[in-house]
Design a protein around this ligand. Structure first.
Ligand SMILES: Nc1ncnc2c1ncn2[C@@H]1O[C@H](COP(=O)(O)OP(=O)(O)O)[C@@H](O)[C@H]1O
Ligand SMILES: [Mg+2]
Length: 311
């Protein structure tokens, strides 16, 4: 649904994004994670046709964002960092204005507005002045304007910034409810935001892709064994697909943690088999989700420290 190839943007001498490559499938909800200045907003602006790339290509639903801008506009909904909301307009008046900008036909206008109001929980406040709504509701209006033409793809740039904790949870839930029917990309510089909302993260730093993975994929196995011996650990480590093996010897039993190169559930049988052969006596076997925080820290340690300083 989204295909980014060697996408590059240069501002003067500053390389904002540097040969970015990634793909996003239909119906996915993906977190675009990276510290401030990583190039998230720039990428989103290019995807939505707000600014041209310096080189490389981006396609939305098969259409080139630059050459087929009109088709792209029909297929994409965008909530920028600073939502373009007119405070003195009524909610439904504003949505009608945005719908027309997105080429919604006259006969579809009413149903489009009604649908986006309903999806964002705004039906009851449709005749209110936007400026009189709470910040959380104004952000719903921002989402409603991104949704009004029922686009296949939603691009949301830091959608919960500036909201209070209750509003954050409400907006996250709302975004989650949109996935499936829409392909959703949301950017954030805050790690918990992706774990709370997304299925997959694309981690970028200084304009380049650091990592791309399913949140569920990063798991490791843990074995509780009767006893640990060096040969046994070596044998486990030599199984193809095993990245590393750590062990902690307890008083009566020991724990072995097995890091994998990628998630392969079929390795479980082999691991248990080898541990038994090596006379370590498997008492328990479990999967442990690697804390995403650790991954984030590992992958962008320097920048994370910088962010902490800024915060
Ligand atoms: N219009 C612009 N002119 C010059 N530099 C820019 C402009 N927009 C962004 N940049 C620079 O590009 C880099 C990426 O910015 P941005 O995409 O906004 O990052 P993020 O959204 O991840 O915080 C930063 O170094 C930023 O200063
Ligand atoms: Mg940004």
């Amino acid at each position: 649904m989204i295909e980014v190839t060697e996408l590059t943007k240069i501002f003067g001498h500053r390389l904002a994004i540097d040969h970015l490559n990634f793909k996003i499938k239909a119906g996915e909800i993906v977190g675009f994670l990276g510290p401030n200045g990583a190039g998230k907003s720039t990428t989103m602006k290019i995807l939505t046709g707000v600014m041209p790339a310096s080189s490389g290509t981006a396609k939305i639903a098969g259409y080139d964002v630059f050459d087929e801008a009109r088709e792209v506009k029909k297929n994409i909904g965008y909530l920028p960092e600073m939502p373009p909301i007119y405070f003195d307009m009524l909610v439904d008046e504003y949505l009608e204005f945005v719908a027309k900008l997105h080429y919604v036909t006259k006969s579809n206008l009413k149903s489009s507005i009604d649908r986006s109001l309903e999806k964002t929980g705004l039906t009851e406040v449709r005749h209110r002045v936007i400026g009189n709504l709470s910040k959380g509701y104004r952000q719903r209006v921002g989402l409603a304007q991104a949704l009004v033409h029922d686009p296949k793809v939603l691009i949301l740039d830091e959608p919960t910034v500036g909201l209070d904790p209750v509003q954050i949870i409400e907006i996250r839930e709302l975004i989650k409810s949109l996935a499936g029917a829409h392909t959703v990309v949301l950017s954030t510089h805050i790690l918990p935001e992706v774990t709370a909302t997304c299925e997959r993260i694309i981690l970028i730093n200084k304009g380049t892709l650091v990592s791309e993975e399913m949140i569920e994929d990063r798991i490791m196995f843990q074995m509780l064994v009767k006893s640990i011996n060096e040969n046994g650990l070596k044998a486990l480590k030599s199984i193809p697909g095993v990245k590393d093996v750590h062990s902690v010897v307890g008083v009566e039993e020991g724990t072995i943690s097995i890091e994998l190169n990628s998630m392969q559930s079929e390795l479980r049988g082999r691991l248990i088999e080898v541990a038994m052969q090596e006379k370590m006596g498997v008492l328990e076997f479990s999967s442990v989700k690697l804390n995403l925080e650790e991954i984030f820290l590992k992958l962008s340690a320097a920048d994370h420290a910088m962010m902490e300083k800024r915060a």
